[in-house]
Design a protein around this ligand. Structure first.
Ligand code: TA6
Length: 298
């Protein structure tokens, strides 16, 4: 659909579609609570700015905005696998959900004054280049004093499939030297900064980002709180349908990542609602699953 057609069919008060960076179709939502921008390419939340606040999400100023490449920052959707493909290294890291354009299903204003948008993605020739299965996925965002983001997917075929997934959120922070992450004390994690990926237990009361971190915490549904002394705020990341939480910051390895400025790692941390490791999702025909992240500023 063209931008005009999207606006004719789905625009409501405070919600409009536009051609964003790289001419990617995007939607902006303004209501009494917040300003949000979502790219239909990747079903990718680019910005969430609650009234009177800095953006909650970090976006790389050198991100690609180009079909076939992921957007760096905001909330990339990792589906139907998280990380490298299990058996085929030619397949894209983190699946193809972030590499295809999703269609708009519905935009509504809720009685609470919140705005809800639903996007959809079905299996197609494009998805079958990466994954042979039949599926239908939905991406729902509710914009209010919290942003509530849900990825749901259904097996619409006749074969069982196994999925790992993530809502791979990049949080905008004043300076990583001024933050601490709580909620994971005593939780076991695989440390992906070490070649052998050892299983460790987090013994810290608050996790600082003072070196490269790539932790996959297992068996946890707990909220995480990022306390940011520089911005004088706490960001809460709650979740549903996720038993793995990933914390990632590349530290100075950012200089080897083309779409992150060399010093860009100082202004974000990823805290991700994930299903990975021992927490894979197996869906038989007609079965569905949902993962959500619910983010607010306190
Ligand atoms: O969630 C952490 C992670 O899996 C890291 O290993 C790192 O590679 C990151 O995601 C970013 O992945 P991307 O493909 O977006 O560069």
């Amino acid at each position: 659909m063209t931008i005009n057609e999207l606006n004719e069919k789905f625009a409501i008060s405070g919600v409009s579609f536009f051609s964003g960076k790289g001419e990617l179709p995007m939607v902006k939502i303004d209501n009494q609570y917040a300003h949000v921008v979502i790219s239909l390419y990747g079903a990718h939340v680019i910005s969430y700015q609650p009234k009177g606040q800095q953006d909650v999400f970090w976006m790389s100023e050198v991100s690609d905005f180009e079909a076939g490449k992921p957007i760096r920052g905001g909330i990339p959707v990792c589906f139907p696998w998280f990380g490298p493909h299990a058996t085929d290294s030619t397949k894209p890291q983190h699946g193809f959900g972030r590499l295809l354009t999703w269609n708009v299903k519905e935009v509504i204003s809720l009685a609470s004054g919140e705005t809800q948008i639903r996007l959809g993605l079905q299996s197609s020739d494009a998805s079958k280049k990466y994954w042979s299965f039949d599926f239908s996925a939905e991406f729902t965002v509710i914009v209010g004093s919290k942003i509530d983001v849900t990825l749901s997917y259904t097996n619409t075929g006749s074969e069982t499939f196994v999925v790992s997934d993530a809502l791979h959120t990049y949080f905008n922070v004043s300076d990583i030297a001024k933050i601490g992450i709580t909620g994971l004390t005593g939780t076991k994690f695989y440390d992906y900064t070490e070649k052998e990926v050892p299983l460790k237990t987090d013994s810290l009361s608050s996790l600082p980002i003072a070196k490269e971190e790539n932790r996959r915490y297992i068996d946890t549904a707990a909220d995480c709180i990022i306390t940011d002394e520089g911005f004088g705020r706490k960001i809460r990341m709650a979740k549903r349908g996720s038993n793995t939480t990933v914390v990632w910051n590349p530290w100075t390895n950012a200089k080897n990542i083309a779409d992150i400025p060399d010093e860009g790692y100082k202004n974000y941390v990823c805290v991700e609602a994930t299903n990975a490791c021992n927490d894979l999702i197996t869906l038989g025909p007609k079965q569905s699953f949902c993962i959500s992240t619910i983010i607010s500023v306190e």
